[in-house]
Design a protein around this ligand. Structure first.
Ligand SMILES: *Cc1c(COP(=O)(O)O)cnc(C)c1O
Length: 219
């Protein structure tokens, strides 16, 4: 399959799920997660006109994207991986959206970097929706306090993000994240990956993060 075919297939999956949920497919942003992919793998997707891309490591994104941005206008870069506070300034300089805000120290570091640079990437607060030991994300119980901190720091919070537990049905977790977002008055929902785009879109995802279904398996 070509990049065109793969992209069309994902857009078709999004459209089918959106229609089933009586949603407008245009309300779902497809973030092509290009982590581990080199410029040669990314370029064909850019050539189709696709512009939203996701990376999970700041350093890798810094190495790949400035040159690609020179070649293709209008790229929107989404950071989807765990972020160290000492990378906050680099993240703010590089990204148009940060999907992994998960603790107060990072809120502070991002707010400071935004103040200094004047750039204000959309922020999603990542929730550890399955309450897993080793997983990134803010605990559900700690979310109200973190959201209050983010608002006090004037962070542009667009919504919530989650990565549900692997290997089990994700829909209950997506539904829970959607409910928490609704209760907190937030519209953005970053959820759904290659294997569960449909469930996520039916349950309200505004951003799906798709890697392997677009690029093939990662090395
Ligand atoms: C890698 C990654 C994705 C994409 O996963 P696929 O299963 O390849 O679609 C989505 N979100 C995050 C946070 C990731 O790290």
């Amino acid at each position: 399959m070509t990049s065109d075919d793969r992209l069309a297939a994902i857009h078709a999956r999004i459209a089918t799920a959106a229609r089933a949920a009586r949603r407008d497919p245009a309300g779902v942003t497809l973030v092509a997660v290009s982590k581990t992919q080199d410029a040669a793998a990314i370029r064909p997707l850019l050539a189709t006109g696709h512009r939203d891309f996701g990376e999970n490591r700041v350093q890798e994104a810094q190495a790949k994207w400035p040159a690609l941005r020179d070649e293709f206008e209008g790229v929107r870069l989404h950071l989807v991986g765990q972020l160290q506070s000492n990378k906050a300034a680099d993240a703010v300089a590089l990204a148009d959206a940060i999907h992994s805000v998960d603790r107060a120290s990072l809120v502070t570091a991002l707010a400071r970097a935004m103040e200094a640079s004047g750039r204000r990437p959309d922020c999603f607060v990542q929730v550890n929706i399955g309450e897993e030991e080793q997983k990134g994300g803010c605990a559900i119980g700690a979310l109200p306090a973190l959201l209050a901190e983010a608002r006090a720091a004037d962070l542009p919070v667009a919504g919530l993000m989650c990565v549900p537990p692997a290997g089990i049905e994700p829909a209950p977790y997506f539904a829970l994240l959607a409910k928490i977002a609704r209760d907190s008055g937030m519209a953005g929902l970053s959820m759904g990956m290659s294997d569960d785009v449909e469930q996520a879109v039916m349950l309200g995802a505004t951003h799906v993060r798709v890697g392997s279904a677009l690029f093939g398996p990662r090395a």
